[in-house]
Design a protein around this ligand. Structure first.
Ligand SMILES: [Zn+2]
Length: 359
């Protein structure tokens, strides 16, 4: 039996406080997962499945559309910011404390509506998962997609990560490459005997300087791309002509491009140079042209903008499910010691999702 229990019918801000005050730093989600599982299990309209500390609750009404609504239940380490408090900040009421922004206010909205929406207009898969704030190999949603892939089927997904309660579509992809130049070592007193690889790297920097940042429209949102040198190395001693230099380049690319497209593009930009891909993650299309998204925007009248950072919406995208980010709290306050979420945003997210799912 869990130590505490949750009443999902309670006020959503109270619910946020209750789940924030059950500390759940990554790898310590069990106590919170236990109360969430117990609270969801009392509802006959939900089929509840648990995998580790991830919980999936599904309606099975035979609707012609299924939406996935997901949030992670772990937080980064506590920094003297629990238990939560209601505080007035800049004249506005906030819930202060670890997890209020990232992302238990979003999780509380999910929990509240999971209990309340007995007859939603779409079938809903509510996903609560563990280990988001740590190494990607531990990510609870990644594990769910390997262990129980049938539970992650759907037509559209909403990730309730903080967006200040506006709709942020998809996310940019990211790729890192190493571009190398080679030369011939020699004593710097007789430099003409060698060939300087660091001077050769100027060509890499020239091409980066010439690169025009692209803006790419994807499903109605404009994504800004970027291509930047982020590390540079070369040389072995102050009297040796270097025979090797390396520039690490990070490419943030629009979600309409696959990882293969991004690589092909970089090989073109750096044609004639040695290019090695060191890591890559595809972005996620915003899917704002999908009927579920169109109805979401219509029901809520909310503003939409592109998401530039990589988020777990890309995991949905990899499963072929268009996804958006939508949740209470300013993402700039995530992980901050003074993490705090405007109470009004928690209510507005609750109201927006309720309106969309019951319209
Ligand atoms: Zn988060």
């Amino acid at each position: 039996m869990p130590a505490q229990s949750l009443n999902l019918a309670t006020d959503v801000v109270e619910l946020t406080r209750a789940i924030c005050d059950i500390e759940s730093v990554s790898a310590n989600e069990k106590a919170l997962a236990d109360v969430i599982e117990e609270a969801l299990s009392v509802y006959p309209h939900l089929e509840v499945t648990r995998d580790g500390d991830a919980i999936v609750a599904r309606t099975n009404l035979g609707r012609d559309r299924r939406v996935l609504i997901a949030g992670h239940i772990d937080t980064v380490p506590v920094a003297n910011n629990l238990p939560t408090e209601l505080r007035e900040i800049n004249g506005e009421e906030h819930l202060w404390g670890r997890g209020t922004v990232d992302m238990k206010a979003g999780v509380a909205v999910q929990l509240k509506l999971a209990g309340e929406l007995v007859e939603p207009n779409s079938d809903i898969t509510w996903i609560f998962y563990d280990h988001e704030e740590v190494d990607a190999s531990l990510n609870g949603m990644g594990r769910l997609s390997r262990n129980l892939p049938e539970l992650l089927k759907g037509d559209f997904a909403v990730l309730c990560e903080p967006t200040s309660a506006i709709i942020e579509g998809g996310c940019n992809g990211t790729m890192r490459i190493e571009v190398e130049t080679f030369g011939v070592k020699a004593h710097s007193a007789r430099a003409w005997m060698g060939q300087n690889a660091i001077h050769g790297a100027a060509e890499i920097l020239n091409r980066l300087n010439q690169f025009q940042t692209q803006e790419v429209e994807v499903d109605g949102l404009v994504y800004k791309e970027s291509l930047n040198a982020v590390l540079i190395s070369g040389g072995i001693a102050t009297n040796v002509i270097p025979d090797h230099a390396k520039v690490t380049v990070n490419y943030r690319f629009a979600p309409s491009k696959s990882v293969a497209d991004a690589e092909a593009h970089l090989r073109e930009v750096f044609a004639g140079l040695a290019v090695k891909v060191t890591d890559a993650s595809a972005g996620a299309r915003p899917g704002l042209d999908q009927p579920a998204a169109i109805s979401f925007i219509a029901a809520t009248g909310l503003e939409t903008r592109p998401k530039y950072g990589w988020t777990d919406v890309a995991r949905f995208s990899a499963l072929g499910i268009p996804a958006i980010n939508f949740g209470p709290g300013d993402p700039n306050k995530a992980h901050a010691d003074d993490e705090s979420c405007p109470v009004a945003q928690i209510y507005s997210c609750e109201e927006a999702l309720r309106k969309w799912l019951s319209a």
